[in-house]
Design a protein. Sequence first.
Length: 252
Amino acid sequence: MSRVQSKLRLLTTASMLGLAAATGGCSSIERLSAIGERPALSAIENPTTQPGYKPVQMPMPAPQAASYSPNSLWRNGSRAFFKDQRARQVGDLLTVQVNITDRATFDNETKRSRTNKEDAGISDFAGSKLLSGSAALVMPGKILAADSTAQSDGKGSVNRHEALQTNVAAVVTQILPNGNLVVEGRQEIRVNFEVRELIVAGIVRPEDIQSDNTIDSAKIAQARIAYGGRGQITDVQQPRYGQQVLDVLLPF
């Protein structure tokens, strides 16, 4: 190996290491400083003050004022005569029962084949047979002849099975004009050096909340459910920064 090639290889390696370091950024420094330490739990914060939080806006009917029937203690629209202990105001809590059992199997196959052939059948044009020498080589044997063949065979299959059953407490962050509640809940559990996170958010109807102040996740509209983790085990399962950079840059 020549000296020039050695220098080029060193420059390439240094460039890739620099790019990987830039990609990792502060994350790599934080991970190095946390070696031997347990992952820290996030502080309890107001969800509406978090970066990226936006109030939910949905199509709403015209608001209706509450009315009382004459000589009656019953208010139109009330769910019970006595006080309802279920969540109904901003800041109230309710329990979301996450019950996801999803299974999907797809198997598709597509085949396509096409063959075209064009032949004008004209072998003697403008006295081409009378020509000799290099001039005869210039004239084609047939004026028009074309053949084409195309074939395509595609196969694809998907076999997915997901199951998640757990409970998480959520807080009411907003009340929409039609009475529906916007809820958001976050749960973190640390076991040794691994933190498991569960995030649930969406829109629920007060009528779907059970008497024990629980609601099934299947009744949450615009549901956003995330279940994952961070720590030593998750770190081992992720590809290195250099490999991720190569996966993005390499065209093969």
